[in-house]
Every structure is written in C-alpha cells, then in structure tokens.
Design a protein around this ligand. Sequence first.
Ligand code: ATP
Ligand code: MG
Length: 156
Amino acid sequence: QRTNYVLFCEEIIDRFEMTKNQNIQFNRRLPKGSFYVQIDRDKLTQVIDNILSNAMKYSPEGGLITFQVTRRGNKIRTAISDQGVGIPKENLAKVFERFYRVDKARSRKLGGTGLGLAIAKEMIEAQGGEIWAESEWNRGTTIHFILPLDRESDQR
Ligand code: ATP
Ligand code: MG
C-alpha cells in the first residue's frame, strides 16, 4: 500500500495521545511535505505501536517521548526516544531476539511476552529496511528504523 508516511505517523501518535493514561508528553519532529512508502499498513502499525508502548512502559512520570522522522535521500528514518530506564549496552542487540527481556523481574511486573521487537525486526527487514537500538542506562532509549522511500516522494 502506497502510504503518506508523515500522515500515517501523525495518526498513530494522535491515537496514543488520546488514549494515554500516564503523565507523558509526545514531542513530534516530523518533516513537511509528502513522503511515500510502500508498506503493509497493518504490519507497520503493529511495529510502531510496540515501540511506542515500550517507550511508555519504561518512561518515568512526566517523561517525554520524541518521535522524529527525517529524510535521507531515498530513505526515511524514524527515531523514537524515551527518557526511561534504558537498556544496558551488552543487551542492545538481544532485545530484537524472540522472548528476550532485559530484566525478568521488572519485565514480569510490566507485562509482555518479549516478542514485540523481534516481530518489528522481521517486519522492517522484510520491507528492505533496518532497525536498531541506542540507549544509555538510566537516561533513555532510542529505537531507530529506516525504510526505503517510494520514488514519487517530494524531490529536493
Ligand atoms: P511484548 O512487546 O511482546 O508485549 P516486551 O515489550 O517485553 O513484550 P519487546 O517489545 O520485544 O518485548 O522488548 C524486549 C525487551 O526489551 C523488553 O522486555 C525490555 O526489557 C526491553 N525494552 C524494549 N524497549 C525498551 C525501552 N524503551 N526502554 C527500556 N527497555 C526496553
Ligand atoms: Mg513490547
């Protein structure tokens, strides 16, 4: 499905803002203009929903979640950052493995199966993209992913 990517992201963030029951702020850093991607919208919704719900789950009271989209040539990059507990460096790659969860005790309390990011990685790679995590312990986490742009996006 050919999809206007910025609009698509706006709608997902809107839904999270409307339904949140935590004191969390969303900061949108989205480019102006039309950028199209060829994606399965249901699947990409599932990917972004998981990244955003992880960000909320691990955010402190009053935390800020930044959703940034930037264009790089024929690719579009999305970075979703939180100010939460973070992920230790040695576990950064492992969070994309099935059933992997950083802290068993903490994770049990917060719920989940440890599948969300594994599914996200499969999805993004199947669409010709890449996904990775960056984090500083006790400072926060950023999940980045890149997707190829459709040729008919705005030129610059
Ligand atoms: P599910 O998504 O299946 O409900 P989950 O959220 O535990 O369960 P993933 O989304 O795959 O599973 O995340 C894997 C693990 O990575 C989490 O259990 C958590 O330990 C860690 N993690 C993911 N996102 C963050 C984040 N934003 N901040 C801190 N830790 C995170
Ligand atoms: Mg999850």
